[in-house]
Design a protein around this ligand. Structure first.
Ligand code: BES
Ligand code: MN
Ligand code: ZN
Length: 459
């Protein structure tokens, strides 16, 4: 279901958002019925607590959403989304929008809180709806919400219905919707077209590996987005233990996030030339699987010793980054659920990123705050380059010891990026482990809104 604001002409219940400290003053401005009702139920305006106040017929006359304290809200993003989740299904309009410090964030959080993954379960209603508050650009916020919903849907869809072929289909559908061009190199053609590492990782699966290449926009700076599209990561012959494999339908989270970001860019008609590259594979096991100690020759010509078939993401991304670097490009971004080490370092809520350009990093960090999409900069630490250099090949895909696992993966990717290209790499998690405001448990985009907000400054 689309995440959209209610029509401004629909019948609606006024919603008052009230901080704990402001409650008694606000109650004084209301008539005795409202005061008595809320006092009677012990309403304290704690964050996330809501109440409906009836009129004489017992119909809802107004709603009130507790907004807690500033200290309590500092622990949340999208604080108003708590009210969306708590209120009964009806249409609401903000009665005191001026009480909210950031209306865009409040309105976006409300829409994102309405997200449901309903492909396999009917009867999941989106709940409370909101009339777009005055002064927000509702089309822009709906475009962002639609991009994020696409990301979540793609991640949440199990690998049985989201293999390389279906990810390809999803990209084609998106391209068709916005008039983008798309071409796909699949199966054995990956060898003749020189994408040897995408082929090596994906060839063991019954579902053919592929490289998806979508382009959109006639003029303006060139932005290339590369997303890891590992539709399921068993680990390959270095098979993952059960507990580590459990969530691996989300290993196409980078692809899902760049498609969501592409949707935001195209829907808001940004003046740029966009290219999206997705190596889509299933890291599977069969007689044709690539093996530990195999040495692969990449598209770039660099040789890679496979020391762990579970470090597959960097292999497929490397060939895509090489392709991206073969034509002029003003900013190259990769997004990937690349390492467990990134999770250990920053947990599920922060999107760690690496950047070859300080002004891009600065713009991204500032934009992340504005977009309520937290990021954390990590270093391309050159002294660790030696960790990815084995004895008998140019590169090692899985340095022994495992020190700085996210950094060595990022350094590996950088080897495949053209010298003078500005490059940003996100090592994301793509999954909300337990429900939070505006983010139900399940697939989630990370870094896309920060990038979207930073683009006008960096391109
Ligand atoms: N897809 C995983 C990384 C991952 C695991 C991301 C769990 C998020 C949650 C990736 O392909 C992988 O298996 N990486 C290995 C690399 C190692 C073998 C060098 C890892 O991080 O353990
Ligand atoms: Mn893996
Ligand atoms: Zn993986």
């Amino acid at each position: 279901m689309p995440l959209a604001f209610a029509s401004s002409s629909s019948p609606s219940i006024p919603l008052h958002v009230v901080e704990e400290d402001a409650l008694s003053a606000w109650l004084e401005t209301q008539d005795a019925t409202v005061r008595n009702w809320l006092n009677g139920m012990g309403f304290k305006a704690e964050l996330g607590k809501v109440a409906l106040v009836p009129d004489a017929q017992g119909m809802p006359a107004l709603a009130v959403a507790g907004y807690g304290t500033r200290d309590r809200r500092a622990r949340d993003r999208f604080a108003l989304a708590r009210a969306q989740a708590a209120l009964p299904a009806a249409t609401y309009r903000l009665a005191n929008a001026d009480a909210l410090p950031d209306l865009d964030e409040a309105a976006l959080g409300w829409l994102l809180s309405q997200y449901r993954f309903d492909r396999y379960k009917s009867g999941t209603a989106p709940g409370a709806a909101l009339i777009a508050p005055e002064g927000v650009d509702s089309a822009r916020i709906e475009a962002i919400a639609a991009g994020e919903a696409l990301t979540r849907d793609l991640i949440n869809t199990p690998a049985s219905d989201m293999g390389p072929d279906q990810l390809d289909r999803a990209a084609r559908d998106l391209a068709a919707e916005f008039g983008a061009d798309i071409s796909v190199v699949a199966g054995e053609d990956l060898l003749s077209r020189n994408f040897p590492m995408i082929h090596a990782v994906g060839r063991a699966s019954a579902r053919a590996p592929r490289l998806i290449d979508m382009t959109w926009g006639e003029a303006g700076p060139r932005l290339v987005l590369v997303g890891k599209g590992v539709c399921f990561d068993t680990g390959g012959l270095n098979i993952k233990p059960a507990a580590s494999m459990g969530l691996m339908k989300k290993d196409m989270g980078g692809a899902a996030t760049v498609l969501g970001l592409a949707r935001m860019i195209m829907a808001s008609d940004m003046p740029l030339r966009l290219r999206v590259l997705i190596p889509a594979v299933e890291n599977s096991i069969s007689g044709s699987a690539f093996r530990p100690q195999d040495i692969l020759t990449s598209r770039k010509g660099l040789t890679v010793e496979v020391n762990n078939t579970d470090a597959e993401g960097r292999l497929v991304l490397a060939d895509a980054l090489t392709l991206a670097s073969e034509t002029p490009c003003d900013l190259l971004v990769s997004m990937a659920t690349l390492t467990g080490a990134a999770r250990v370092a920053v947990g599920p809520d922060l999107a760690p990123f690496y950047s070859t350009d300080e002004s891009v990093s600065a713009a991204l960090k500032a934009a992340a705050v504005r977009a309520a999409d937290p990021v954390w900069e990590m270093p391309f630490h050159a002294p660790y380059e030696e960790m990815i250099e084995p004895q008998i090949a140019d590169l090692d895909n899985a340095p022994s010891g495992g020190f700085a696992g996210s950094i060595t993966a990022a350094l590996f990717l950088r080897r495949f990026v053209g010298e003078d290209i500005r490059y940003v790499h996100f090592d994301i998690y793509g999954w909300q482990p337990k429900a939070a405001p505006a983010r139900p448990k399940g697939g989630v985009g990370q870094g896309a809104r920060a990038l979207l907000a930073a683009l006008p400054e960096v391109l």
